[in-house]
Write a protein that binds this ligand. Sequence first.
Ligand code: TMP
Length: 212
Amino acid sequence: MSLFITFEGGEGCGKSTQARALWSRLSRCGIPVELTHEPGGTVLGNHLRRLLKRKRQDEISPQAELLLFAACRSQLVSNVIRPSLENGKVVICDRFADSTTAYQGYGRGIDLATVTATNKLATQGNRPDLTVLLDIAAATGLSRKQVRTKDRFESEEIAFHHAVRDGYLKLAAEEPKRWLVIDATLPKARISRIIWDRVTQLLQAKNMSNHG
Ligand code: TMP
């Protein structure tokens, strides 16, 4: 029995902190768990992450960007996600295909049918059992990032970040059973508790909670 959990949200929403906290709690319970992230998580993915995040003179076209994220995902699914799920682990992924729908679909304006078809190819049919959306107003999220120099995405106009947030909320409304939407401005410990409650329910449903 395996469980696939993804974390999503706009810039500065705190999802990486919550993904690590969940990984740590599951590990302490003795539950086999793999934590990974996108873009990245493989040698190829880490190269592409640097290319995608660095500000550059030559523009990356929206379509090229879509395909680069898809390449990262395809490699991560083949090397990490699918084998871990096949081994009965809980897999936690910090961003997954919904990031592409929110950023390249709603943010960049690539038509959603194209994004869906590309995601299908890259994920090889692996879909999350649970997706945690840490929802935050774009300006609040961006102001929480204490960054030295902004990357390509952080440098986008605020309208882009509004579109990404609206996209996430639409995705969550379309599939309320899969998505857990949490106000990202709540205290960190409270957010962790809300996530843990949902995860323990899922583990019980899958009979994976007898480790601790
Ligand atoms: P992060 O790992 O610090 O969240 O940075 C990843 C950036 O890449 C973030 O700005 C969101 C963006 N992104 C996309 O635009 N599409 C995608 O499919 C993924 C995985 C990330």
